[in-house]
Design a protein around this ligand. Structure first.
Ligand SMILES: NC(=O)c1ccc[n+]([C@@H]2O[C@H](COP(=O)([O-])OP(=O)(O)OC[C@H]3O[C@@H](n4cnc5c(N)ncnc54)[C@H](O)[C@@H]3O)[C@@H](O)[C@H]2O)c1
Length: 414
């Protein structure tokens, strides 16, 4: 089969990660165009992928208006810019891989799902957790524990990851991106539905922004970490998170996000002038830093989900309690306890990358790419489980749960 040709919309962190995967897998996919208004980014991208000026577009609107250049498009723009390009490219006859969230409103999700239904193009949402070898392992063990009765799931965001993305960074404000549940935990809600194999029918949720507020700013702390005499004793010091890493030669995520000049001088400059050098107690953030969700699935299984900023940056942890046994899952290993014998057996996946976005989401990025390009190549939507219908059901749950948190009431989900 010829490689699938692909255009990248948004050559930022995610767009370039997926494009890099294509470079490493030329037999499966070939990047033939890019659209991004950020000239420095699109130029560097074009050079890396050997694109000439006719293959570089300053806006997705220019790309979609041009004669069709590729089989598929990977839409990796920011959260608020998903619906319009997704609908436009579907209607222009492209197969579409869309970054999460599907949209920042339920109406937007519905518009994307309607466009998929109308056009019949292959569609995948980047719910990468569905595509990890670890998820496949857990699913293969589910029959050993009988009927799933309940599930307990922790998303340990990690203290410096939270400070980077959700206090100083792009996902800190609901009006600029979305709620924390939508921005981050949509992965978890989608994954829980996928693992339990049933939709969520009722939920309650609690959570708030408690720590990263002006009221918690230590007396005498400066507005920027570079100027702060308390910085060495601060867990969230930007100097520690970025400059110390860069000085030690570690310029991957999160350093690579804050500046294209990754020398210590370049990082220092970004901290002196940019958003990532701000005191975490003096930012304009408003997303919650801890949240819990209690849920009931169709059929009666119950679930408990916790998202917390105040953890190490590590893999999600899950316990699945069945009628005949239980699984204890730590991100790479699964312990199976069989109630009929009382025996434990250990199972392990060889990890491909780490749990974070920069590390490939434990092989989820690669698994998604393989599934999507196979689906496009064969014209077979069934090869991608994160299709429009499944995604719409997950987002219906996410928006309802967030409504439950805001109202303090139990919500039922049709
Ligand atoms: N699947 C996951 O696990 C995962 C992980 C991280 C981020 N994301 C999501 O991926 C998306 C992108 O995140 P990112 O970190 O790569 O963001 P980013 O800001 O690094 O990249 C977005 C890019 O879109 C470009 N852009 C803006 N307007 C455009 C236009 N009109 N036409 C074409 N390009 C345009 C920007 O210039 C920028 O380069 C977000 O929605 C985010 O929530 C998903």
């Amino acid at each position: 089969m010829d490689p699938v040709t692909v255009a990248i919309v948004g050559a930022g962190d995610r767009g370039s990660t997926y494009a890099a995967w294509c470079l490493q897998n030329p037999e499966l996919a070939r990047v033939v165009a890019v659209a991004d208004p950020w000239l420095e980014r699109s130029d560097a991208f074009a050079e890396l992928h050997g694109l000439d000026e006719r293959q570089v577009f300053a806006d997705w609107r220019h790309l979609v208006a041009a004669p069709k250049v590729a089989d598929a498009v990977l839409i990796c723009t920011r959260d608020h810019d998903h619906v319009e390009p997704a609908v436009a490219f579907l209607e222009a006859g492209y197969d579409v891989l869309l970054e999460k969230p599907m949209a920042t409103t339920l109406e937007g999700c519905q518009r994307v799902a309607d466009a998929v239904g109308r056009t019949g193009q292959v569609f995948a949402l980047c719910h990468v957790l569905r595509f990890t070898p670890y998820t496949r392992l857990i699913k293969s063990l589910l029959p050993c524990i009988g009927e799933v009765m309940s599930i307990q799931h922790l998303e340990p965001v990690g203290w410096y990851h939270f400070a980077h993305s959700f206090v100083r960074g792009n996902w800190r404000r609901e009006d600029e991106s979305s709620s924390m549940l939508l921005a981050k935990s949509c992965h978890d809600i989608d994954w829980l539905i996928d693992i339990v194999g049933a939709p969520i029918r009722a939920a309650a949720s609690f959570g708030q922004l408690s720590h990263f507020t002006a009221g918690n700013k230590p007396v005498g702390a400066a507005d920027r970490c570079l100027d702060c005499h308390l910085e060495r004793s601060c867990a969230y010091s930007a100097t520690k998170i970025y400059l110390d890493r860069a000085a030690a030669g570690d310029v991957g995520w999160p350093v690579k996000i804050i500046t294209s000049d990754r020398s210590p001088e370049g990082v220092r400059k970004a901290l002196a002038t940019g958003p990532y050098g701000r005191c975490v107690y003096g930012c304009d953030n408003d997303v919650v830093d801890h949240q819990v969700v209690s849920m009931q699935f169709e059929g009666g299984a119950t679930g408990a989900f916790t998202m917390s900023a105040f953890t190490e940056l590590t893999s999600r942890k899950t316990r699945i309690f069945g009628s005949q046994g239980r699984l204890e899952c730590n991100g790479s290993q699964v312990d199976l306890l069989d109630f009929s014998t009382g025996e434990h057996t250990g199972h392990e996946v060889l990890q491909d990358g780490t749990a974070d976005a920069g590390g490939g989401h434990d092989g989820g990025d690669a698994g998604l790419m393989e599934a999507f390009f196979a689906a496009v190549g064969k014209g077979d939507q069934s090869l991608v489980s994160s299709d429009a219908e499944a995604s719409l059901a997950s987002y219906r749950a996410v928006f309802s749960i967030e409504q439950a948190r805001r109202s303090g009431l139990l919500v039922t989900i049709d």
